[in-house]
Design a protein around this ligand. Structure first.
Ligand code: CP
Ligand code: NVA
Length: 313
């Protein structure tokens, strides 16, 4: 019996093993085409549903515009206004939405809920952030690095300073897949989970990427080609705010830390930023911030991802 190929989910950056470089290539081409006025409507008639349990500015907007550029349509759904918020199960929601749309974008509090949606949906599920990963963000980040390092990732060193959270987890896997050296400076108690680090280390063996860990932000920044940070208190971690602000107080990207990096080093932040905590105004608003290109690249990266995951109608 022949059927259609199995659906392909994007729950983790590791799901992009084998085709991350070609997705980055396609995203760069789509960015060039868009600036020349060609929106690349390669998926006309396709529809996605977007369930957001948490706030979003960039992810929601860039997915909606990406679908529009591809010739399709995105429906935004908030669980508060869905039957999901009144007790309808994730499984039933997945089965019904799969009858209407070609993919489901989901921002969830819990990875277990993400996995449950993916289990029951018969269309691709795209992780728009959960407590474990933020894969779409990292594709945009790698696109931003690739633009600044046209000769490739090899031999470059990225230093991540701050919380060992969803963003660092995906960054570890993404760096491993493209062969980028990543040094992570986090307080010891906030390091990424052991099993994720093991997966990243296994993937890194295939590309030669060096993944290293320290609790010393100054040592991490020394001679780095780029610095990256994220909030100290992620969505869902609000109850730990006070403890976290204490633990991370030395983990700020400021002019003094940036001076330890290479003279041409630049700074990334996935946003939203808590100015004055993980990053200063001076760095955010200074000439070495690549942050605004990084935010724009969410759009181009997601267009390439959607094109890859959505079947042609
Ligand atoms: N970086 C990011 O995912 O931003 P939003 O929370 O605004 O979507
Ligand atoms: N780590 C942050 C990323 C926000 C885009 C969070 O989960 O809130």
């Amino acid at each position: 019996m022949t059927g259609s190929p199995p659906k392909r989910d994007l729950l983790s950056v590791a799901d992009l093993q084998g085709d991350l470089p070609s997705i980055l290539e396609r995203a760069a081409a789509m960015k060039r085409a868009r600036s020349a006025g060609d929106l690349s409507p390669t998926r006309p008639g396709t529809n996605i549903a977007m369930i957001f349990e948490k706030a979003s500015t960039r992810t929601r907007t860039s997915f909606e515009i990406a679908m529009n550029d591809l010739g399709g349509h995105a429906v935004y759904l908030s669980p508060k206004e869905m039957q999901l918020g009144r007790g309808e199960t994730i499984a039933d929601t997945a089965r019904v939405l799969s009858r209407y749309v070609d993919a489901i974008v989901y921002r969830a509090y819990r990875r277990t809920d993400m996995a449950e949606l993916a289990r029951w949906a018969t269309v691709p599920v795209i992780n728009a952030l959960d407590d474990r990963e933020h894969p779409c963000q990292i594709v945009a980040d790698l696109l931003t690095l690739r633009e600044r390092w046209p000769e490739g990732f090899r031999g470059r060193r990225l230093a991540y300073i701050g919380d060992g959270n969803n963003v660092l987890n995906s960054l570890l896997l993404g760096s491993a897949l493209v062969g980028l050296d990543l040094i992570s400076a986090t307080p010891t108690a906030y390091r990424p989970p052991r099993d994720l680090v093991e997966t990243a280390e296994r993937l890194a063996r295939g590309t030669g990427a060096h993944l290293t860990f320290t609790d010393d932000p100054r040592a991490a920044a020394r001679d780095a080609d780029a610095l990256y940070t994220d909030v100290w208190v992620s969505m869902g971690d609000e109850a730990e705010k006070e403890d976290r602000e204490k633990a991370f107080s030395g983990y700020q990207i400021n002019a003094e830390l940036l001076a330890r990096a290479r003279p041409d080093a630049f700074v990334l932040h996935d946003l939203p930023a808590h100015r004055g905590q993980e990053i200063t105004d001076e760095v955010m608003d200074g000439p070495r911030a690549a942050i605004w290109d990084q935010a724009e690249n969410r759009l181009h990266a997601q267009k390439a991802l959607l094109e890859r995951l959505l079947r042609r109608r």
